[in-house]
Design a protein around this ligand. Sequence first.
Ligand SMILES: [Zn+2]
Length: 232
Amino acid sequence: MAGTRGALMGLILVFGTAYGQSAPAAGTRTQPAVSPEGRDSLKITLRMYNYGVARSTLVQAEGKATVILNQAGLETAWVDCPATPAEFKSYPACQRPLSTTDFAVKLVTADEPDRFHSHHEAMGRAMPCTRDQDGCSAYVFYRKVLEVAADGIADKSQVLGHAMVHEIGHLLLGPDSHTASGIMRGRWDKRDLQTIAQGYLAFSERQSEHIREEIRERSAVQQVQLGKAQMQ
Ligand SMILES: [Zn+2]
């Protein structure tokens, strides 16, 4: 399994404007949701394309992200995906067909591509994502994560986990989903980082409801698409 690679050295906390269930298999880590009482359990799968974040950092970041997504009512399965096409065969879980509740999270450790430079302070970018789209994707720029972590308030895995959830939030809530507080705040200040270090920034209840509804709708779309595929 490819996976661990060295992290790079790395306070600017601006996020880019974004646009926009499967059974466990090898390479899949399901962290079961403890469904808040009275809520149904909704599942998403996050396919992780790791271009150089240390394995231990990523696992911790996934743990933090799981807690935040769980709090919003989502059960999350994490799937390792290859960093290069040549490694594809080593990642069987990543070969499953994509669905509308699968999302790709790409951890970029080099400078972000020029096409993303419109917000050069951004820690990530979510690509346009329609409800019937399989495998919507978001990028997290790890160098920016390290810059934020460098001030010593929250560590890199905590910041990374939050940055991943923030971009997933854009995939599910849309591009204009920044709020004055919480995980969808467009700029995290010192107090936010202290919250990140001590616990986590959460989705608001309204955002959580919106997210659950979006996953319900996406699941329904997926069922329709599966039905059509079986009739062909
Ligand atoms: Zn944002």
